[in-house]
Design a protein. Structure first.
Length: 310
């Protein structure tokens, strides 16, 4: 049909047809769903006349839409199969859609295909497949998608309580020289981010590594806040802990990012120099550890941090 002939070439169609009878229609269902629902979702999230007034409302909306998306397309059964099949055909993608994307420019098409072959798209497919499996995990809220939506809703409240509404006039009191006890009483309420804002010692970030380190400081300060750590469990559902601890997910992401970095930074002549490869792997592992310290900051707290099943 039109979607197959325009978006898929023969080898991609064969790969996506090989996912089994139950999931064979997934590719077309995905396109139809995007065409039908994406304009409404984007309007609701970003239009000035949207009914969403707070970050919590936006998080709840995204959670409901994601749940509906997973249910309607049977993502928990077919999603991982689709991602792996798509990643196997993507390096050799050659369709009418590609020609339109490149405005029929031969050089643009050649460059695009060169990038597709250099990227570790198998790792990308595995990352999406493993992540889908984790998001489908059943929780007290339904699935991990619902639990994560609640986390983002709570974070939205904290952000707005601090930077939008400043519900305790902390900034004003601080600037006017209020007693330390008055300020600490506000921090102990744990429904704001002023502890992170005032007590985390930041340095100037001059490169990507510095930015990740500073993000890690923020995350550590939030989860390991001495006044509020015991109340931060709502921001660390057990399914999120499982995702962050799933080495298959993050090793796949590591391989993908490493291939992206190689594509832009490595010499054009292959194979690469052995010493260069060794150094590249060492730096890659270093970045991996920094990113995980940022994303899974509860593990960096001195006091054991317990996840919560909700």
């Amino acid at each position: 049909n039109l979607y197959n002939s325009y978006l898929l070439d023969q080898q991609c169609l064969e790969k996506l047809e090989s996912v089994g009878e139950q999931c064979r229609g997934f590719k077309c269902s995905l396109i139809h769903y995007i065409k039908k629902s994406m304009p409404r979702i984007l309007y609701t999230l970003f239009h000035d006349e949207s009914n969403l007034k707070t970050l919590r409302e936006a998080a709840d909306f995204i959670g409901k839409e994601m749940s509906a998306f997973f249910k309607e397309l049977d993502m928990c059964t077919c999603g991982n199969k689709f991602f792996r099949a798509a990643s196997r055909c993507a390096p050799y993608y050659f369709t009418n859609a590609l020609f339109d994307l490149a405005s029929n420019d031969a050089e643009g098409i050649i460059i695009t295909q060169m990038y597709l072959r250099r990227l570790d798209l198998e790792a990308a497919g595995n990352f999406l497949a493993f992540m889908t499996d984790n998001l489908c995990e059943e929780t007290g809220s339904g699935t991990c998608i619902n639990s994560m939506a609640k986390v983002y809703g709570e974070l939205g409240d904290l952000y707005e309580n601090t930077y939008v509404n400043d519900i305790y006039d902390f900034k004003k009191k601080y600037q006017e020289g209020a007693d330390e006890e008055v300020l600490i009483d506000i921090l102990k309420k744990c429904d704001n981010l002023w502890y992170v804002e005032e007590y985390v010692d930041y340095d100037r970030a001059e490169c990507w590594a510095d930015m990740i380190i500073e993000a890690g400081k923020t995350s550590h300060g939030f989860y390991c806040d001495p006044y509020c750590q015991e109340k931060r469990g709502i921001f660390y559902p057990c399914c999120m802990k499982n995702i962050l601890g799933d080495k298959k997910v993050w090793n796949s992401m590591h391989k993908l990012i490493e291939s992206i970095s190689r594509m832009y930074n490595a010499p054009d002549v292959l194979p690469y120099d052995e010493e260069y490869e060794k150094e590249y792997r060492v730096v890659g592992r270093k970045y991996h550890r920094m990113v995980m310290r940022w994303l899974d900051a509860p593990k960096t707290c001195k006091k054991k941090f317990e996840c919560v099943d909700f």
